[in-house]
Design a binder for this molecule. Structure first.
Ligand SMILES: [Fe+2]
Ligand SMILES: [Fe+2]
Length: 278
């Protein structure tokens, strides 16, 4: 935990360094031209649409070069895992029992199904809070910024899931109904309700639980790559290259996913410092 806290200090502004959507064109007109409808032609209504500068939309953690990916893997492997809580261990244990202690594409795909859940819970509660604080626009805006971040992290986890499912299909691994459909749904159901309940009672505990989950995922990916050097020779199939980037090998693709998990962890640890939006 102490090392993780150090990471937070070092990467305190990581959230703000994330890649953002394209900024508005500098020469774009701040005010859209007035358009007259057929009704307006009849002299009834005239509307003006004003487009202020939009806030940038986070598009996920930064994509790393090969050297950066190798360095990120070394950093992860040199960093002790967080001290996992009982709740986290209650989720990790059945996963290890069902899918094996060793990493595999099917196990990672299962973990990615669960990984989206806290972000969905936070997003849902965020909308309730926006509604509740509708009369305080500055506060509602800050809550909405958290919602936007939660959605971006959900999308990032969804890409992980799609990539892992693609690797499962390409390597011809079987996914049976009970361990790969029913069990993930049950664990996700449990995790979702724990996440929102914790968030209502102690939001810092909810963020902490997610940080532990992300720390676990980061170490699982980086360890898996270290234990499977043959993946350096397997080209990245690039199925989702347009959306996620293309890497030299499956090893680098998994390192990038591992680094994304670290980014999620650091974001949650940072949110713990100010768990309630004020
Ligand atoms: Fe993930
Ligand atoms: Fe994650």
């Amino acid at each position: 935990m102490s090392r993780a806290s150090g990471d937070v200090r070092n990467l305190h502004h990581l959230r703000r360094r994330r890649q953002c959507g394209s900024p508005p064109q500098a020469d774009a007109p701040a005010h859209a031209p007035r358009r007259r409808s057929s009704h307006q032609d009849e002299g009834e209504i005239e509307m003006t649409v004003t487009v202020e500068q939009r806030p940038p939309t986070p598009s996920g953690p930064p994509k790393l070069s090969r050297e950066e990916l190798l360095r990120a893997q070394r950093e992860t492997l040199d960093t002790p895992r967080m001290d996992y809580s009982l709740l986290a261990r209650l989720m990790f244990k059945p996963v290890d029992l069902m899918y094996g202690k060793e990493g595999s594409y099917t196990k990672f795909a299962m973990l990615e199904i669960i990984a989206r859940v806290p972000y969905q819970a936070w997003e849902r509660i965020g909308y309730l809070l926006v509604h509740r604080h509708a009369g305080r626009s500055a506060l509602a805006r800050r809550v909405f910024e958290r919602i936007v971040e939660a959605r971006a992290d959900q999308d990032n986890e969804q890409w992980h899931l799609l990539i892992l499912q693609d690797l499962v299909q390409r390597t011809g691994q079987r996914q049976s109904w009970l361990p790969h459909k029913v069990a993930p749904w049950l664990i996700a159901f449990f995790y979702y309700h724990v996440s929102w309940l914790l968030f209502l009672l102690r939001p810092d505990w909810s963020y902490r639980l997610n940080a532990e989950f992300e720390d676990h995922a980061e170490h699982e990916y980086m360890t898996f790559v270290a234990e499977h050097p043959e993946l350096e020779l397997v080209p990245d199939p690039g199925t989702y290259a347009a959306e996620y980037g293309r890497y030299r090998s499956v090893a680098d693709l998994l390192r990038q996913i591992g680094h994304d998990e670290r980014t999620h962890k650091l974001d949650s640890l940072e949110s713990m410092r100010e768990p309630r939006v004020r």
